[in-house]
Design a protein around this ligand. Structure first.
Ligand SMILES: [Zn+2]
Length: 106
């Protein structure tokens, strides 16, 4: 079995959604990587949705390069597929990430 970049750890929290003013369903992903040190817009990220598992995994390119075990968020999907994706931390304020390797967020 080929091991991919993701594993099946428990999700951190559900994906947040909003509806645009033209009625599109927009998924909001965290703007900061799970470790808390990188802006995903700046370093780049990879999002992979699995409808079968009902989760989307969002990997930080910088953390993935350094093979950080906590390089990705695992977020639960709900409802229809979104038309678009945005990055925003504010809907995730207060979420405590499920860390494999606990550390303090600075
Ligand atoms: Zn990172």
């Amino acid at each position: 079995m080929v091991r991919g970049m993701f594993d099946d750890r428990p999700p951190d929290t559900p994906v947040r959604y909003r509806t645009s003013n033209v009625g599109e369903r927009i998924a909001i992903l965290p703007a900061t990587c799970k470790v808390g040190t990188h802006s995903l817009a700046r370093v780049g990220y990879r999002a992979q949705a699995s409808e079968q598992e009902g989760v989307v995994r969002v990997s930080c390119n910088a953390c993935n390069e350094n093979i950080d075990v906590d390089h990705f968020w695992s977020l639960t999907l709900t409802g229809a597929a979104p038309a678009r994706v945005e990055l925003d931390d504010s809907p995730y304020a207060g979420v405590v990430p499920v860390m494999v390797e606990p550390r303090s967020r600075s």
